[in-house]
Design a binder for this molecule. Structure first.
Ligand SMILES: *[C@@H]1O[C@H](CO)[C@@H](O)[C@H](O)[C@H]1NC(C)=O
Ligand SMILES: *[C@@H]1O[C@H](CO)[C@@H](O)[C@H](O)[C@H]1NC(C)=O
Ligand SMILES: *[C@@H]1O[C@H](CO)[C@@H](O)[C@H](O)[C@H]1NC(C)=O
Ligand SMILES: *[C@@H]1O[C@H](CO)[C@@H](O)[C@H](O)[C@H]1NC(C)=O
Ligand SMILES: *[C@@H]1O[C@H](CO)[C@@H](O)[C@H](O)[C@H]1NC(C)=O
Length: 684
């Protein structure tokens, strides 16, 4: 990103910040408190000159000092309180080429009586309080090359405000209060090369808006509210090389609009809510050198053939995207010159070997700050190329035995040829709230070797394969389920399944519609978290704001007592205490969600044998045991623990109606328990 910005800046600022030639005194009658010096100066076209400079910056003066030296070329009046310039007041400065009145108090451009100053090349009026620009706002400045009007309060600009500025090369209108951009402003600016209009709350750009600007090289549309760029918005920008859409509201790459600017070299799309980079979003951009896709909070995946035929692309920055968990193995095609691929600080579990191999000229790769899975898909890292940027912090996150090892240090033999699909947790949110009629997209991405297939199962148990669906519900090949105009009856648990010949991974998304979510049979899950001789810890997933929940339990042995407890709202686990050792118990949780039938989930568990020494009361006196029981009772009475149920992965047919058998590896050591979840109310 820094590289791209540096390039943009370079293009914008030319060589302006180059050498620091020493200033020398200019021996003239200098106004009090001002400095008169010969200083280095660069023209707007970046050629070097020496300029007789009068520097009256930061003096809190309210008018321009009288009797300035006649030979003044640069007059600096920044950070004063000047609100008015009398008509022709500076007319005697025949050689004036730069005037800096930034950070002053001009509120009306008509108070700006510059008169006829045809030699002026550069005018700074940024950070004043100008609010409108009427027609012909800047008369008598026929040779002006740069005009800075940024950081004012400009709300309106008349169609011919810039009339007479036919030689203007650079115009800064950024950070004002404009709501629209008008093509007519640009008709009088045929020479313009650099236009900055970011930081205005403009949400759309009409077709042909920039058409008069056939010499424009750099266009900065950063920090606006752009949601969509229409197909012909950039039409006519024949010379455009650099374009920034930084920090806007674009949810899709404006690919048709980009096709209108074939000369583009630098494109900045950072900080936009793009969700996916889709097939052929960037295609045939024959001069593109650098592309930035950073800081996108919504970006989930870069799909197959997303970047195609970019023969000049040398650097691709895709960093700091917290949900980016998938880059398709065939995302890139014909990027023969790509040398640097920055993918750090995303949510990637791997980068497929095919991705790396499709980039013949790749020299370096930044992939640190990702939850990398070092078992299989990342096998390409064994060679010396590409070089890792920050190899010290390129660490494995999975599998557990390799955690925190440096990826480069993992012996190749610890990686396998084949591995199970793993759905990236950050691509699938656990839940989503929609409203009736919304178009909903659920993304599911998995990497594995061999490449997995992805399908979805609806709450009604319907399996949706890629390219299948009824038109309204559609699964795209890369794993996104699209529901057009969701209906109230379509709320529920949607499950994504990614499988290859080795196995499957699944993940569910709870989709509520208008805040309602049917608590389906498979939704209430009661888990045994731990067992002791006298106590069993149960947990369940948070359901939909249950009106009330009761837990009942009973032992199978004759004489064992029935127990019950009301569960406070918001509680998702419970210690069932005072149980007998080595006894089978059955516990049922009854939950009454609002406006739907009572749900019941039951579970059986066997308490442990009371081995001597294993537990405190096993070897203690009766008194100790009694005390502990009292203590435990206290815990049970206050049962308000906020502990969440442990994560579990399902290996069954999700979404199927009726009873479902689910196996949960809930115990840390893989102790398996069978849980039956039933749809009908049940006697415990
Ligand atoms: C203005 O610039 C010209 C050309 O550089 C120079 O000959 C002339 O003396 C300057 N005028 C004054 C008043 O310094
Ligand atoms: C690197 O991978 C290749 C196969 O792609 C394998 O033949 C080679 O032995 C590996 N090198 C090391 C150092 O593990
Ligand atoms: C769902 O919510 C939206 C917006 O709050 C509302 O306009 C619509 O009428 C609701 N639909 C139903 C079926 O309740
Ligand atoms: C259950 O009891 C154990 C032992 O007293 C305690 O550590 C744990 O926090 C309790 N859990 C809940 C949810 O009450
Ligand atoms: C829980 O028990 C209370 C009191 O016995 C009862 O009013 C409530 O309906 C029960 N809730 C469920 C979900 O069974």
């Amino acid at each position: 990103m820094r590289g791209l910005q540096a390039q943009l800046l370079l293009l914008l600022w030319g060589a302006a910040a180059a050498s620091a030639m020493p200033t020398v005194p200019w021996r003239v009658a200098c106004p009090p408190r001002c400095l008169c010096q010969i200083r280095p100066w660069y023209t707007p076209r970046s050629s070097y000159r020496e300029a007789a400079t009068v520097d009256c910056n930061d003096l809190f003066i309210t008018s321009v000092p009288p009797e300035l030296p006649e030979g003044t070329q640069t007059l600096l009046l920044q950070s004063n309180n000047i609100a008015r310039l009398e008509q022709g007041e500076l007319g005697y400065l025949r050689n004036l080429s730069e005037l800096d009145l930034s950070q002053n108090s001009f509120s009306d451009v008509r108070d700006f009586g510059l008169g006829d100053v045809p030699q002026l090349l550069s005018l700074h009026l940024e950070e004043n309080q100008l609010s409108e620009l009427p027609d012909s706002s800047f008369p008598g400045l026929g040779n002006l090359q740069e005009l800075y009007l940024n950081h004012n309060r400009i709300r309106s600009i008349a169609p011919r405000a810039f009339a007479g500025l036919g030689g203007l090369l650079r115009l800064h209108l950024n950070s004002n209060l404009l709501r629209t951009l008008d093509s007519r402003w640009f008709q009088t600016l045929p020479s313009l090369e650099i236009l900055m209009v970011g930081g205005n709350k403009v949400d759309a750009i009409p077709d042909m808006n920039f058409r008069p600007l056939s010499n424009l090289r750099s266009l900065v549309l950063a920090g606006m509210q752009l949601r969509e760029i229409s197909d012909y918005a950039l039409e006519g920008l024949r010379s455009l090389e650099s374009l920034s859409f930084y920090d806007n509201k674009l949810a899709d790459v404006p690919k048709r609009a980009l096709q209108q600017v074939p000369g583009l070299k630098f494109l900045d799309l950072n900080k936009n809510p793009l969700r996916r980079v889709k097939q052929s979003d960037f295609t045939n951009m024959l001069h593109l050198k650098e592309l930035g896709l950073n800081n996108m909070d919504e970006l989930v995946s870069i799909d197959q053939f997303a970047l195609i035929n970019l023969p000049e692309l040398t650097k691709l920055d895709v960093t700091n995207n917290p949900k980016l968990s998938f880059i398709h193995p065939k995302a890139f095609r014909h990027l023969p010159r790509l040398e640097t691929l920055m993918l750090n600080n995303n949510a990637l579990s791997a980068l497929h070997r095919q991705t790396v191999e499709s980039l013949p000229n790749l020299r370096e790769i930044g992939i640190h700050g990702n939850p990398l899975r070092c078992d299989c898909v990342i096998r390409w890292v064994n060679g010396s190329r590409p070089r890792f940027i920050e190899p010290q912090s390129t660490l494995c996150a999975e599998p557990p035995e390799l955690r925190r090892r440096r990826v480069r240090d993992v012996p190749f033999r610890e990686m396998t040829e084949r591995c199970l699909p793993l759905i990236s947790a950050r691509s699938v949110p656990p839940s989503l709230d929609a409203e009736v009629g919304d178009d909903v997209e659920l993304h599911c991405r998995a990497l594995a070797e061999p490449e997995p297939e992805v399908y979805w199962v609806t709450p009604a148990g319907v399996k949706l394969l890629p390219f299948g669906g009824d038109g309204r519900l559609k699964v795209h090949s890369e794993g996104t389920l699209e529901i057009r105009g969701i209906q109230a009856g379509e709320a529920g648990l949607y499950t994504c399944v990614a499988h290859n010949l080795l196995g499957a991974d699944t993940r569910g998304v709870r989709v509520s519609v208008n805040r309602s979510f049917p608590l389906g049979p498979a939704e209430l899950e009661l888990l045994v978290v731990d067992v002791w001789p006298h106590r069993v810890l149960l947990a369940w997933r948070p359901g939909l704001n249950a009106v009330s929940s009761n837990l009942t339990w009973a032992g199978s042995a004759p004489g064992s007592r029935l127990g019950s407890a009301r569960i406070p709202a918001g509680t998702h686990s419970f210690n069932v205490t005072r149980l007998r050792p080595d006894t089978e118990y059955r516990a049922c949780l009854r939950v009454a969600p609002p406006a739907s039938p009572v749900r019941v989930a039951c579970v059986t568990a066997r308490t442990k044998e009371a081995t001597r020494g294993a537990l405190p009361w096993g070897q203690g006196t009766l008194v100790t045991a009694l005390l502990l029981c009292l203590l435990l009772l206290g815990v049970a009475a206050r049962a308000g623990s906020r502990r969440e149920s442990p994560g579990s992965r399902r290996e069954s047919s999700p979404g199927a109606a009726g009873a479902v058998r689910v196996v949960y590896p809930v115990q840390p050591r893989g102790h398996l328990l069978t849980v039956e979840v039933q749809a009908a109310p049940l006697e415990c």
